[in-house]
Write a protein that binds this ligand. Sequence first.
Ligand code: DGL
Length: 266
Amino acid sequence: MIPSSPVLLFDSGVGGLTVYDALREALPAAPVIYTADYAGIPYGKKTEAEVAARVAGLLGRMAERWQPRLACIACNTASTIALGMVREVLEIPIVGTVPAIKPAAGVTSSGAIALVGTAATIRQPYVDDLESRFASDKRLVRIAAPDLVELAEAKLRGRPVDLAPIKRVADQIAGTPSPGAVDTIVLACTHFPLLTDEFAHVFGSSVTLVDGAQGIARRIAHLVEGQSFAPQAANRFVVTGPVETAAGLEAALAERGFGPVESFNA
Ligand code: DGL
C-alpha cells in the first residue's frame, strides 16, 4: 500500500463529516479525501435509479483519479441503495453506512424504536432486511425527515437552527400507534448527528439517540490495520461543482484539519 494513498469519504454534503470526525479520532494519521456531492444533493429526494447511477459513476471516477486504499460511502441513502452495486464495480474495500438498527435494538428498553432518515432511505429493502434480522421483536417506526438535511447544512455554515422541523418529527412519532413507548431514535442519515444537541433539546433525556459513526470508523480502522500512512499537512475537502457551494463552511472545515476547498470535475 502506497503510504500517501488516501481514505476516501463520500456524501452528498457535510453529513459524512460525522463519520470523518469519528475516523480522525480512531485513525488520526490517515490521509483523507472527503467529497461532498453538492452538484447532486439532496440524494434523499431522488429515485433509486438516479442515486445508484450517480454514486457508482462518481465513485468510479474518483477512485481512478485518487487511487484510494478504501472508500466509505458516508451516506445512508447512497449506501442502502447502491452499496452492493459499487462493491461489484470497484476493486478497493468499500465501507457503507447503513441505519444503526442493530445497536438500537440492543439499547431500547421499551422495544419501540424510531428510524429517522431521508424519504429514500426509509423505503429501502435494505432497511426491511435490517429490521427483520435485528429488530423483528421490536416496533420500528419509520419517519422521513428530508428537511433536516438542509438544517444540518445550515448549522455547519453558522446559521441559526430552526427547531420546528425536529418538533415535526416528534409530532410524527407521537402520532403513530402506542406513541409514548419510543425510547430510542436511530439517526439514519449521516447529516442528523450534526443536530444531536437540537434533537436532545426537543426529545429530552428519556430518548436515546443512536447513530453509526463510531462503528463505521472502527470498521475502517480495522480494514486498514497494519498499513502505513504518509504524514500530510492537511486533509482535502472536495466538492462536485463550483467551490462556492461550500461557502460558509470555512470555520467548520478549518477546525477539522482541511485545506482549501477543491472542485472535482467529474
Ligand atoms: N447524508 C445523506 C444520508 O446519510 C443524505 C443527504 C441527502 O438527502 O442528500 O442519507
